[in-house]
Design a protein around this ligand. Structure first.
Ligand SMILES: [Fe+2]
Ligand SMILES: [Fe+2]
Ligand SMILES: [Fe+2]
Length: 429
């Protein structure tokens, strides 16, 4: 595979970002993905799996439940094995991630992470072989959910061990149960599992570098995870990305900067994963507390993106999208001299997209209404006059890009939620 030599970031930093973002959705089970990755890796060690397979296993474990965000299942980690919905999130996650070549092996593992062994029947699903790695995650996941976070973990070991052994061959692969039994008396393993589950350095995940185009591709997948959580937001990031890139081009940004702008737009609302869905979808006037919660989202975007290597500018462009030139924005209350061009473009692209896109409960504004609204914001000193003028002068082309991109996102949303697709996930062989 020929991959670009000019690396921009690395896969590990982006994985950390998305696992932390998923934690915002399910604060009752913090670190779930890290716990499953940690335990899976220890089982794989005992089974003496080669490092390449362990790397795929850990990446899959770190992402195994991302599809649950799109299904909007409450408490997805506690779904019972018999629940017909259980495979839906696994298949959705796999489908999304398989579009990215570096994650295609992990996607196959994720697809089957809830298929029980059933005395050997679970070695295939509808004619397709199920990787051993899926069965490792299946077991690690069940254990992670089984641990009571309010009690001392050491006191739970014997009971958990007995339960897992009782399902040897009926639910779990015998070799995997044996590997787990071999390590499960180690108290230190459980204490690390609870307090600081880490991915071992020997997997060198940081060494998997990503070129700029690969980061664009991967963050496009992340943007679907962010947006497809609700029909109310299903096309938003796609619309913002199309508008922001077009405005960046019109502002004379370089090709690389335009790609960075696309990445920033893909992720600008990643902090919205911290906002409960019922608030995102509320059609009545928001209560002050609900409004405060919404206003926190761009702060979380900042916190999630800042640690990613190569993302110094992207973090500012994405996370400052609700700042205003007059200092009346949020959450940092920055003023014009602290807001780079990329952040000013993102602010205009976000407002333009929000007011012109259709929502389930209202139509988007007409061209005349949108221009009047944007001009009013220029007059109050909120947004950049020059970027607003560029938008007004090129209204048709920016609007067309936004609309086409939003339409593609909506198509993709419906494709993923189609009934025929859901039935294909049914757990029977
Ligand atoms: Fe799952
Ligand atoms: Fe899980
Ligand atoms: Fe926002």
């Amino acid at each position: 595979m020929s991959r670009c030599n000019q690396y921009f970031s690395n896969l590990y930093d982006l994985l950390v970002c998305i696992t932390k973002a998923v934690d915002l959705v399910s604060p009752e089970v913090p670190n779930h993905h890290w716990q499953v990755a940690y335990l899976s890796d220890h089982i794989a060690d005992t089974l003496r799996l080669p490092v390449e397979q362990k790397r795929t296993l850990v990446i899959a474990a770190l992402l195994h439940d991302v599809g649950a965000i799109i299904t909007s299942l409450d408490n997805f980690v506690f779904l019972e094995e018999e629940d017909p919905a259980i495979n839906y999130h696994a298949f959705l996650g796999a489908n999304l991630l398989s579009d990215f070549s570096l994650l295609s092996d992990a996607a196959t593992v994720i697809r089957y992470h809830h298929i029980p062994w059933h005395n050997g029947q679970g070695n295939s699903h509808r004619g397709e072989a199920i990787p051993l790695l899926s069965h490792i995650i299946h077991l690690a996941d069940k254990i992670a959910v089984r641990v009571n976070r309010n009690e001392c973990v050491i006191s739970q070991i014997n009971l958990i061990k007995a339960e897992i052994i009782s399902k040897r061959n009926s639910t779990f692969v015998p070799d995997i149960v044996d590997a787990f039994s071999e390590i499960c008396d180690q108290e230190a393993l459980w204490l690390d599992f609870v307090h600081k589950p880490e991915v071992p350095a020997d997997l060198s995940l940081e060494a998997i570098k990503l070129a700029l185009d690969e980061v664009v591709e991967l963050t496009q997948i992340f943007s679907r995870i962010i947006d497809f959580r609700s029909t109310f937001t299903a096309m938003h990031s796609a619309g913002v990305a199309a508008s922001a890139v077009k405005l960046a081009e019109l502002n004379g940004m370089s090709e690389a900067e335009c790609k960075m702008m696309r990445i920033a737009a893909n992720l600008h609302d990643i902090g919205k994963l911290a906002v409960p869905k019922k608030i995102l979808e509320k059609q009545d006037k928001l209560e002050p507390l609900e409004y405060d919660i919404i206003r926190s989202h761009s702060f979380y975007t900042y916190r999630l993106l800042k640690p990613i290597s190569g993302f110094e500018d992207i973090t500012q462009w994405a996370a400052y999208h609700h700042e205003k030139l007059n200092g009346r924005g949020y959450p940092f209350h920055l003023k014009a001299n602290s807001l780079p061009l990329g952040s000013r473009i993102m602010a205009v692209a976000d407002i333009f997209t929000a007011i012109t896109e259709d929502r389930p409960y209202r139509k988007g504004m007409s061209k005349e209404q949108a221009i009047a609204t944007l001009k009013g914001m220029v007059e109050s000193g909120a947004i950049s006059p020059s970027i607003c003028s560029l938008l007004v002068d090129n209204y048709e082309s920016v609007s067309c890009m936004r609309r086409e991109s939003a339409e593609r996102a909506v198509e993709n949303y419906h494709e993923l939620h189609a009934p025929k697709y859901i039935s294909a996930c049914a757990s029977s062989n």
